[in-house]
Design a protein around this ligand. Structure first.
Ligand code: DC
Length: 233
């Protein structure tokens, strides 16, 4: 019998290493990996480039009238083979990871019509299954019937250190305290927003990876995938 193809939803707090584990699993089992956060980041970049944000306030009327002009897709980079995020045909992979975007992404991702548009696009990407998607509401809202749901958590300091290491490795100068503040602020907004707040789905498996190596985490995840497939056979 062919191996069933499933949907794998990986949710959790920011900078928990969700994308690292999701990418690694997708590569290993031949699934498509989608970073849903990159889509909210791309919308945020669009808002910044079009002067639609003042402080933490988004000009929602203007943004709503621009929504049909925002096209986000994912394409493999011809050199590295890694998937890059494109906004209206332009590679924005690096720009959407900047602090400028990280600082404003929570208010943008709390806007109901932004979420409706992103969720619809994400559901379309999962129509054929065989997908690993990471985010905040994948197991609760985007794919409530996903066959495997993981909810990842780690301490704020562990997460900040990982983010700092990641940015410094890319040559971006960052301040640890600024990153901790950004993480705490985003956690708060993500958990308390009205629309799709970050919460663990009842049927999601909890993973605290504060003290796990990448290898341990990968092995843990593949074991959960294999268990799920075995149950479906
Ligand atoms: O995973 P990330 O840090 O790149 O996500 C960026 C922001 O987007 C984060 O503050 C929460 C938001 N987000 C969301 O609201 N829903 C998702 N499915 C993914 C991300």
């Amino acid at each position: 019998m062919d191996t069933p193809r499933i949907i794998i939803a990986i949710d959790g707090f920011s900078s928990c290493g969700k994308s690292t584990m999701a990418k690694s699993l997708a590569r290993r089992i031949g699934y498509i990996y989608i970073d849903s956060g990159a889509m909210y980041r791309a919308v945020t970049l669009y808002c910044l480039d079009h002067n639609l944000i003042e402080g933490d306030t988004v000009d929602t009327d203007a943004l709503q009238s621009h929504m049909d002009d925002i096209h986000i897709d994912f394409r493999p980079d011809p050199v590295s083979g890694k998937t890059h995020t494109f906004l209206n045909g332009i590679d924005v992979e690096q720009e959407i990871r900047s602090m400028r975007v990280s600082d404003k992404v929570s208010p943008v991702s709390a806007i109901p019509f932004v979420r409706t548009a992103m969720v619809a696009a994400q559901q379309k990407m999962g129509e054929q299954k065989g997908i690993v998607m990471d985010g905040r509401d994948i197991g609760t809202t985007v794919f409530p019937h996903a066959e495997l749901k993981i909810f990842v958590t780690a301490s704020a300091e562990t997460r900040a250190q990982r983010r700092v290491d990641e940015l410094r490795a890319k040559g971006v100068a960052v301040d640890f305290d600024e990153v901790v503040d950004n993480i705490n602020k985003r956690d708060h907004i993500d958990q308390t927003r009205q629309e799709s707040p970050l919460r663990k789905a009842d049927d999601a498996i909890l993973l605290d990876n504060s003290y796990m190596t990448i290898e341990e985490q990968d092995a843990w995840l593949i074991a959960r995938y294999e268990e799920t497939i075995d149950k479906l056979r």
